[in-house]
Design a protein around this ligand. Structure first.
Ligand code: GRF
Length: 202
């Protein structure tokens, strides 16, 4: 079983999609849900599934950012999934878990990404650009926000939407399919990096 840690900052609907995915139950073991916020809703979801929660980077916290890498190693984590985690991942952790940290972004990278591009900000930018298509990107995490190699993307037609919120709703339902799909492929060793390009094998 692939040992997974999921990092969250808020609602946790992608965490729920992972935990609910029947395709993943036999392939992965979510060993920890980690957040920078002790009061995040996602922790309640983890508790429903009896998964341990950990807070990172606060004074009375469980783990400091300096010890994150060590902590994940002590749990023998194979894959780190950022599912709405809003803080920068420490550089040493990126080195230690190179090509083993993935992030889900609610737009088609490399557009509409980077610092400050999270939550409804992304969908407002997409809406205001008058883009007719948005989508979902799952990518490897590198040292900057949203710049790592792209693993998988899905497009969402937004030619008829009337608000950023409507884009958010359409995109979110696709996120809930794409993230479990990528994790499944990872667990089956079907994601390879070849000549600097990521390939998802059938
Ligand atoms: C999602 O839109 C995800 O793409 C982004 O943050 C949001 C998290 O939503 N990175 P949730 O907490 O999984 O409901």
């Amino acid at each position: 079983m692939l040992k997974v840690a999921v990092f969250v900052s808020g609602r946790g609907s992608n965490l729920r999609a992972i935990l609910n995915s029947s395709k993943l139950t036999k392939l992965i073991n979510v060993k920890a849900v980690i957040s920078n916020k002790a009061a995040c809703q996602a922790f309640k979801i983890a508790e429903e599934y009896s998964i341990s929660n950990f807070v990172v980077g606060q004074e009375e916290n469980d783990i400091s950012y300096n010890h994150l890498s060590e902590f994940l190693k002590s749990l023998e984590i194979d894959l780190v999934v950022l599912a709405g985690f809003l803080k920068m991942i420490p550089k040493d952790m990126i080195t230690n878990f190179r090509n083993r940290i993935i992030n889900i972004h609610p737009a088609l990278l490399p557009s509409f990404g980077g610092k400050g591009m999270y939550g409804i900000n992304v969908h407002k930018a997409v809406y205001n650009s008058s883009a007719q298509v948005s989508g979902v990107t799952v990518h490897f995490v590198d040292e900057s926000y949203d710049t790592g190699k792209i693993i998988a993307q899905r497009c969402v037609d937004i030619s008829d939407v009337d608000s950023p919120e409507e884009i958010a709703e359409r995109v979110l339902s696709v996120e809930h399919e794409l993230l479990p799909y990528v994790i499944q492929k990872f667990a089956l060793s079907k994601i390879i990096v070849d000549n600097g390009r990521v390939k998802v094998l059938p």
